[in-house]
Unconditional design. Sequence first.
Length: 413
Amino acid sequence: MSLIVQKYGGTSVGDPDRIRNVARRVVETAAAGHQVVVCVSAMSGETNALVALADELGGERPDAREVDVLLATGEQKTIALLAMAIKRLGREARSFTGGQMGMRTDRDHTRARIQDIDTVALRAVLDGGGVAVIAGFQGVDADGNITTLGRGGSDTSAVAVACALQADVCEIYTDVDGVFTTDPNLVPAAHKLERVSYEEMLEMASLGAKVLQIRSVKFAMRYGVPIHVRSSFKPDEGTWVVREEEVMERLVVSGVTYNRNEAKVRIKGVKDQPGVAGRLFTPLSDAGIVVDMIVQNLSSDGSTDMTFTVPVAEHDRALDIANQVAGEIGAAGVESDEKIAKVSIVGLGMQDHAGVAARMFRVLADEGINIQLISTSEIKVSVVIEEKYTELAVRALHSAFVESGAQEPRAEA
Ligand code: ADP
Ligand code: ASP
Ligand code: MG
């Protein structure tokens, strides 16, 4: 007997028929002799609709505590409906909100982090032969306030529970067949990966492949719980996210990702002297703004340009801070651009091959795409480009590195 955690995303529970379909799959798994915890998202579109309501009534920055009380209702609906549908098929089931199942988080509303999971209540249901149906995306802080884990957070709820219960596998059921070489909704030639390492998946998730929330991959990696990403509409195997040693092929490029949700801020003519970067990035971090790429260019007259990227939602606040700091340190000016995209290639095999970045730059140059910023790590290369070229860049890179079958970079000319 295995303990299996299954997570169903918004599309998979998008209407009553789909909830019935999920109930059937859950009951089949339980009937095969497994203990099952099911974690569900809100019905598709529900969280977006709730966010829109909060924006309409709560002003520019709706109160974060109340936003969480509101957003958590989406998942509360689906746990109740799914538990009813499972019981109707003759299997015992019990729903749990984040608070009821002991999902303890910090107090950081709308992007809370899980601190601790009390599994006693879940174990009791499982030991009694029932199915535990848990709400994804939500928890409670030490004072009992409802919190949420950030968009896409149900993946993290499911994996964290799988880790806490030492489950044999965490199955992530979604609207695509697995993890693809790039977003299959953008590039039809994308193909499903059989296996991908935690490290690659971590990069892909943080660089824009929204199929798994990044924190879910971090949990799985830390506790060694395998993730199986698969379709909720088909019985076929999907993609296994596992340890590097269990990945057979070290592809040079296993994935091409894109992220249109960043903005670029540039402070021009900054004096090249110690302490300047600290003056800028301390107030940004104090404001809770997560800075992604940072690039500093030295000019011949001893001044530098400092460029960084932030989530587009934080653009206005970041720009205000940059303007203020620029005034204090006597910089020449500040400019920003929200129409950018970050496009990346990711692959374990990059570590063993030279020239991958150079080839990426040539592919983009051949399409006439200008590169604004570059950042690299052992297993990824990212570039920032003009947003309107996103699709073209992703297709060209996918074609050059994945479809060509040439996973060996060509010799440099
Ligand atoms: P769910 O509602 O099930 O959580 P999401 O919409 O959060 O589903 O994630 C699935 C979506 O992720 C897919 O529909 C697909 O468009 C997108 N996606 C982006 N990159 C990838 C990728 N490399 N592999 C698979 N899906 C991807
Ligand atoms: N319902 C939440 C969202 O749409 C959480 C999730 O689906 O993972 O972001
Ligand atoms: Mg998701």
